[in-house]
Write a protein that binds this ligand. Structure first.
Ligand SMILES: [Zn+2]
Length: 331
């Protein structure tokens, strides 16, 4: 690591130290003064009567977008608002709260974090600052990951990527657990929580809004080649089959525009092309870099996946992860 990066990442950690007494941050307070600039407003996209999200147009965190590259979502029920993922910073969480106000005056009554990657939960800080008793739900493994180093890692990562644009953000883990299979009722709205095994991470939650036939998929599906390091190819294929079986009309994603079940088909095909070819070429004794041009030559890759953000830079990593998974599944 270069000295400049080292300094930046050290600064990234101190940003996580900034705290408010109500928040019980994981680390002691050392810098109570500095908070990065507010996040600019991004308009709300309405998907159905109850379901909304805030579309992040960029696929990656940058200084210009304040690390806003994930879609926070929300469900407006007769009882109040249920938020699905809160963005990469306290500033983004505050922006989400402002955008909710453009749709309804109802209070936020719950938050669900779909998994432990920082763009999905660092904004929790803003919600707890507003209501210290708010229920923030996730899988237990998400909480464990955040508390055991993941929280610090993601603060540092977002700080580096945004040039310290998330300063002031306190690691604020979820405080309630879901494991999948729950049916939650919020007034007139039925929310089914699903966990279909390891897909993008070992603990992704999918949130189905029954009355609206909408599902929030988190990062289990996306048209973007970004991070499979914590995921599973066969697991994602299975999760996509089950997501389609929900029979929803619309699927809202962690990244990119919402879509019908075609998004599940695309993600399933993408994972099948990579994994099934990794199995085949592994048997033939090829290494991951020898497989790469052959897999990239598959029609789905050439015609579809190659248009997705991150493809050029990251497809090699995806193939390496697939080969590692092929090897692991042999024993
Ligand atoms: Zn994400």
């Amino acid at each position: 690591m270069k000295r400049r990066e080292l300094l930046k990442s050290a600064f990234g950690l101190t940003a996580g130290l900034v705290g408010m007494s109500a928040l019980k941050p994981l680390y002691a307070n050392t810098d109570l003064e500095f908070k990065a600039d507010p996040m600019y407003d991004v308009p709300v996209t309405k998907v159905s009567d109850r379901c909304y999200y805030i579309l992040a147009k960029d696929p990656e965190p940058t200084p210009e977008n304040h690390a806003f590259f994930n879609n926070p979502g929300f469900i407006v029920t007769s009882e109040g608002v249920v938020v699905i993922d809160t963005g990469s910073s306290v500033q983004i969480g505050e922006m989400v709260l402002r955008q909710i106000k453009t749709v309804t005056d109802k209070p936020v009554i719950a938050v669900i974090n779909t998994h432990y990657h920082g763009d999905h939960w660092l904004g929790n800080h803003a919600f707890i600052a507003q209501n210290p008793k708010l229920d923030i739900y996730s899988h237990q493994a998400t909480i464990d990951n955040i508390k055991n180093g993941g929280g610090e890692f993601w603060v540092g990562f977002m700080q580096r990527m945004s040039n310290n644009g998330i300063s002031g953000t306190v690691v604020t883990p979820p405080n309630k657990t879901l494991e999948g299979g729950e049916i939650l009722t919020f007034g007139d709205t039925t929310v089914k929580v699903h966990q279909f095994g390891k897909a993008h991470t070992e603990c992704d939650l999918i949130v189905e809004v029954v009355e609206d036939k909408v599902a929030f998929l988190g990062d289990t599906a996306m048209r973007r080649v970004a991070n499979m390091a914590d995921g599973s190819f066969p697991g994602t294929i299975e999760t996509m089959k089950k997501a389609k079986e929900l029979g929803c009309d619309q699927y809202i994603l962690g990244h990119g525009p919402h879509d019908g079940k075609a998004i599940c088909d695309d993600m399933q095909t993408f994972c099948e092309v990579i994994y099934n070819n990794a199995v085949k070429y592994y048997d033939e004794g090829l290494s991951d870099f020898e497989m790469k041009p052959k897999i990239m030559d598959e029609p789905f890759m050439k015609e579809v996946a190659s248009t997705w953000p991150g493809y050029e830079h990251t497809i090699g990593k995806f193939i390496a992860v697939a080969v590692a998974e092929v090897e692991k599944n042999m024993f």
